[in-house]
Design a protein. Structure first.
Lengths: 450, 317
């Protein structure tokens, strides 16, 4: 066995960081097959998590199409430390499943292989994937990932609370910020220092891109450079933060939000702990299972001119540098994201839905044709008008969603703006000051990455 | 003895006696030591040397390192997050170490009086040490929740409005220090062992001389267990300066896809980890590691120097 210089340095430096500081760190997972190349007749995955029926149906589809290829799934979420260690040691998994937002930075550093040759060789039709998703996996005109899911955001509303307040869903529209601010304050409830209901949660820091877009600005320019100190971005943060200060301030707001049983039958809507917030489409599926009788209402997130403006993200399959079984990996990527495969996954989900006497709320794939066919085949009136409307809204937003532009310094830019929002939330800085600092930090990272 | 006398007898008058080396025994000793020596060389010494080299490079773990001289160390000085992380870490250590020592000593003194049930309680106090840190951190996030946590509810029963421990920047470090008291079992056991070694006749003599309980504690107990107190102070200080998993779980990685973090919980090793694996600055992270190493050595050296005045080792004087 030979060990090259870089592998040696990485291994040694990892151990050294722990040795010098005595830090326990995060141990590398040692699941069988995680980082060992499987040779010509196997594919190993990293970051795919524990597949549900939708994942399992697609794995089965691949196994059926390529019975000679052994599949080894590492059932852990994506772990940057594990990923980088495996790449640097020259012994990565054949396939890695990660957030599309990470691709720019990893591609710029050479941790990923461009897929253009593989796409040509295997005749993968990239036109079938949604354009914003493809933009996220494309760096310097090279494709580094095959997009899989496609999450968009809309506003979900506790209908009962809204009705009791004598309001309609449009009273919480993001078109008129002054009106939203006033109504959020009306819906907020507290007794002394104890919050008992949040009127409108702007979901900071993670949804700043949505508020910025609503105000007509992108956090990352189309060339990949940061745009964090744009006056429109600052104005968006000022507004979103004002919703929190109006509702008890961050300390109480966050502490109260942490008590919500988001996935349970006693969730924040059932317990009347929240009236409205923007959220990803998958949450409708959670709500319909945990609280099927909920009076759910929803509206699309819009910009200040009233135009729908949902922001999207999702996962992608990538080929790490040094992956030894590129062709099988490409076959996996193609199969897992193909229209027919998604339809098989849809059938599996439909079976689960029937078994649970629930409703089909969409799979939210990055494959346009698959999404349309799944909608036509499985999305039917369920008798729960609120849930049906929510699903309809998410399908509508998939057609108009935007993605954060890809950047070679994508990770650093995201770290800069999330840190900035956190400083604002913690009361350490004003929004303008925080975002100007973030722009400076992100600008340096972008210059270094170019 | 016989061999020694024989050897001495054969020496010329006036020559210096030197014990003969038993090479066989020396080889055997090194043989037994070799697993540790090899482990230390491969997993500690060599990586440390390489880390020192990497601290002078620009290294992203994917491409070969570029030598950049002392640039990383210059950057350390101007990086406001290094100052913030160091301040957080030192403030936490100052909060935690004396509190932990006082609480552990109090518990050990109670255990020392329990008598036959001491074994049971010793086990009970030690059990939390066996709990995975991440699980304990998740548990304390619930207990410390400012709105509905058990701790604030309990405070509410006596008319105290508790703070938002996990979300108010001013209360995050005290909350963490409170959380870390959970794992004090090891320190309690050390103190208990030390307390049981204090000769009873010292207390009896002091009592005959009219010394009260406070005087006996100050004049006998503290000096007699000062060696253990010093040892735990060093260990707890080093552990505090290396604070990572508890704070990381509670404030940086607890919820999937969560981007919320609080600068008040940005401890030094967390920042090091973020630099190494978040933004792939392994060269800079290596420099950060060496700075922490130097700080730990300096603080420990000061503590050792001070210990000469305050620590009593039986049989030394």
């Amino acid at each position: 066995m030979t060990v090259d210089r870089r592998s040696f340095l990485l291994g040694a430096s990892g151990v050294a960081a722990l040795a010098v500081t005595g830090c326990g760190g995060v141990s590398r997972q040692t699941s069988k097959g995680t980082t060992t190349s499987g040779g010509a007749s196997s594919v190993t995955t990293q970051g795919f998590g524990k597949p549900d029926e939708v994942g399992q149906a697609r794995i089965d589809a691949f196994k059926k199409a390529y019975p000679q290829v052994a599949v080894r799934i590492n059932e852990g979420d994506f772990d940057p430390q594990q990923f980088l260690s495996s790449v640097a040691s020259g012994n990565p998994a054949d396939l890695v499943y990660l957030d599309r937002g990470l691709i720019g930075s990893y591609a710029a550093k050479g941790a990923l292989q461009p897929l253009d040759d593989l796409i040509s060789e295997l005749d993968i039709d990239t036109g079938q994937y949604r354009e914003p998703a493809m933009k996220q996996v494309t760096v310097d005109d090279k494709v580094y990932g095959i997009p899989e899911f496609y999450n968009t955001r809309n506003i979900l509303i506790n209908g009962k609370a809204l009705r009791e307040a004598g309001m309609s869903p449009q009273d919480l529209a993001t078109t008129d910020w002054d009106k939203l601010h006033t109504n959020a304050a009306k819906l907020y409830r507290a007794k002394g220092s104890k919050v008992s209901r949040i009127g409108f949660d702007p979901k900071l820091p993670e949804f700043l891109p949505l508020w910025a877009k609503g105000n007509g600005a992108d956090l990352v320019n189309s060339d990949g450079s940061p745009n964090l100190d744009d006056p429109k971005v600052i104005e968006a943060l000022v507004f979103a933060y004002s919703l929190i200060t109006e509702q008890g301030g961050w300390s109480r707001f966050k502490a109260f939000r942490d008590t919500w049983d988001i996935f349970g039958s006693g969730n924040e809507f059932v317990k009347d702990q929240a009236v409205a917030f923007p959220w990803e489409g998958w949450y409708v599926n959670v709500l319909v299972q945990s609280s099927p009788n909920l009076d759910l209402q929803s509206i699309q997130f819009t910009d200040r001119q009233g135009k729908p403006a949902s922001f999207c993200d999702g996962s992608a399959w990538v080929l790490p540098k040094g992956a030894k079984n590129a062709k099988a990996a490409g076959q996996w990527m193609k199969t897992m994201t193909a229209t027919d495969t998604w339809l098989q996954a849809g059938a599996a989900r439909a079976q689960t839905v029937a078994k649970n006497k629930s409703m089909f709320t969409g799979l939210w794939t990055a494959n346009v044709e698959a999404d349309h066919q799944l909608h036509d085949k499985y999305v039917k009136p369920s008798g729960r008008a609120g849930f049906d409307q929510a699903v309809s809204n998410y399908y509508a937003s998939t057609e108009s969603a935007f993605a954060i532009n890809s950047s070679k310094a994508g990770s650093e830019i995201k770290a800069a703006w999330t840190d900035a929002v956190n400083r604002v939330l913690a009361g350490q800085q004003q929004p303008g000051q925080a975002l100007k600092q973030a722009q400076s930090e992100a600008g340096k990272a972008y210059s270094a990455a170019k | 003895m016989t061999r020694s006398l024989t050897g001495r007898a054969s020496q010329r008058p006036g020559s210096v006696s030197r014990p003969r080396r038993n090479w066989r025994e020396i080889r055997a000793a090194y043989g037994f030591l070799s697993p540790w020596i090899i482990g230390f060389a491969v997993f500690t010494a060599l990586p440390m040397v390489i880390s020192l080299y990497l601290s002078f490079t620009d290294y992203d773990q994917i491409n070969a390192p570029d030598y950049i001289g002392a640039e990383n160390y210059r950057q350390l000085i101007s990086d406001p997050k290094v100052a913030l992380a160091l301040r957080n870490t030192l403030v936490y250590a100052v909060m935690y170490v004396p509190t932990a020592m006082a609480v552990a000593l109090a518990l050990a003194m109670v255990l020392n009086r329990v008598g036959r049930a001491a074994g049971f309680f010793r086990t009970v106090f030690y059990l939390p040490v066996m709990t995975p840190t991440v699980a304990a951190a998740a548990l304390f996030l619930l207990l410390l929740n400012g709105q509905q946590g058990l701790i604030n509810r309990s405070l509410g029963l006596v008319g105290i409005t508790g703070p938002n421990w996990t979300t108010d920047s001013a209360w995050i470090k005290p909350g963490l220090a409170l959380t870390m008291l959970w794992g004090l079992g090891g320190t309690v056991v050390i103190y208990l062992a030390a307390l049981q070694q204090v000769p009873k006749d010292l207390y009896e003599a002091a009592q005959l001389d009219g010394a009260g309980s406070v005087a006996r504690f100050r004049r006998i107990t503290l000096p007699m267990i000062s060696g253990s107190l010093f040892f735990t102070m060093i260990v707890l200080t080093i552990n505090s300066l290396q604070m990572f998993d508890q704070a990381y779980t509670m404030f940086f990685g607890g919820q999937q896809n969560s981007t919320y973090a609080n600068d008040a919980a940005l401890f030094y090793v967390i920042y090091l980890f973020q630099q190494a694996f978040g933004v792939l600055h392994m060269g800079y992270a290596s420099a950060l590691a060496w700075l922490l190493f130097a700080i730990i050595i300096a603080i420990t050296a000061v503590q050792v120097r001070l210990s000469r005045r305050f620590v009593y080792y039986e049989g030394e004087r």
